[in-house]
Design a protein around this ligand. Structure first.
Ligand code: PCA
Length: 333
């Protein structure tokens, strides 16, 4: 001690103070990365950005969520694992993308089970707690879920029945959609939304099953002519957070996050429904032929839906049956 001069003592204590305040501000601010698969201008991403802004202001900047759209940080099919593995703290995925992991994740992509917004809502109400339970087993907490507009078929040629798609390479975004394409006698090719425009341009696929929203985002009119507005199902995205990261937040921050999530879910469902006709109008404005499916095509596809419902019930067992019964009771179908 005898060699320490007052000036160096002062220096040391200033340095200690400085270090302490740095540590304090680091502890006071949490920064999260949130990868998402869809473009920044898509309504899902815009809704998520509003959610992140709300969390920021509700926590006075204590929790900062940086949204990374378009599969730029992690590709669509890597996002879930990134959140589970701690490379990202939260993320957005399409639920049915994980259909191979659990039948419950395939439910909202079974053709003709829930084909309108009220039915999709009833299906979510009936299945939410089970879906949450499945994600929880993987260390993931569901924050909110928002549907895509109803799904239809994009093609180069007019379609009168399913036979017109025999052998055609059709783009799929989930194992459930791939199964449907197989049952149609066509060839499923998995392409994520971020690579869709290129896959169409290079002829990797020559037809697509998706919403008017993704048809618009991917400028489908550049390669395809028809959009058959089949309204076969409304798949949902889900925003997930790592349970471990969530638990590490203080109580007021957790509450703010949950409050913003609930608001994002309500807002997202509303925007999705309201924007559907706008998206369809954009397809028409870009000279796509937007048509309802012919009676024959519809009948073929409904038949596939029935088969897939049976297959799903076999796989999902008592859990699945309970959810499906609750859903059907709620809509009296
Ligand atoms: N758009 C997403 C999933 C469903 C949808 O409408 C996509 O095509 O990848």
């Amino acid at each position: 001690m005898k060699n320490i001069k007052p000036v160096s003592l002062l220096y040391k204590s200033v340095a200690a103070l400085f270090g302490a305040s740095l540590a304090l501000s680091a502890a006071a601010q949490t920064k999260w990365d949130m990868p998402t698969p869809y473009p920044a201008s898509n309504f899902h991403t815009e809704n998520i950005q509003t959610f992140a802004n709300e969390v920021d202001s509700a926590t006075a900047g204590k929790l900062k969520i940086t949204v990374h759209p378009g599969g730029a940080l992690f590709k669509a099919n890597e996002i879930k694992r990134a959140v589970q593995g701690g490379q990202a703290q939260m993320g957005e995925i399409i639920i049915s993308g994980a259909a191979n992991e659990d039948p419950l994740f395939a439910l909202d992509t079974i053709p003709f089970l829930a084909t309108s917004y009220p039915e999709a809502k009833a299906l979510w109400t009936a299945s939410r707690s089970k879906v949450e339970e499945k994600f929880a087993k993987q260390g993931l907490k569901v924050l909110f879920s928002v549907p895509w507009p109803p799904q239809g078929i994009y093609s180069k040629e007019a379609l009168n029945s399913m036979a017109d798609l025999k052998g055609v390479k059709i783009r799929s975004y989930s194992p459930t959609v791939a199964r449907m394409i197989e049952l149609m006698g066509a060839q499923p090719v998995t392409v994520q939304a971020a690579e869709l425009t290129q896959a169409l341009a290079t002829g990797v696929v020559s037809a697509n099953i998706t919403s008017a929203s993704t048809g618009y985002d991917s400028k489908s009119w550049e390669q395809l002519t028809y959009y058959f507005d089949v309204q076969a199902w409304l798949p949902k995205n889900v925003v997930l957070v790592s349970q471990k990261q969530f638990d590490a937040l203080d109580k007021p921050t957790r509450d703010a996050l949950l409050k913003a999530a609930a608001a994002a879910e309500t807002r997202g469902w509303k925007i999705s429904e309201e924007k559907t006709s706008w998206y369809v109008e954009q397809l028409k404005a870009n000279k796509m032929k937007v048509l309802p499916p012919s009676a024959e095509l519809k009948k073929d596809l409904v038949g596939i839906g029935d088969k897939m419902t049976k297959e799903w019930l076999e796989k999902s067992g008592a859990d699945g049956k309970a959810v499906l019964d609750a859903y059907r009771k709620s809509i009296k179908k």
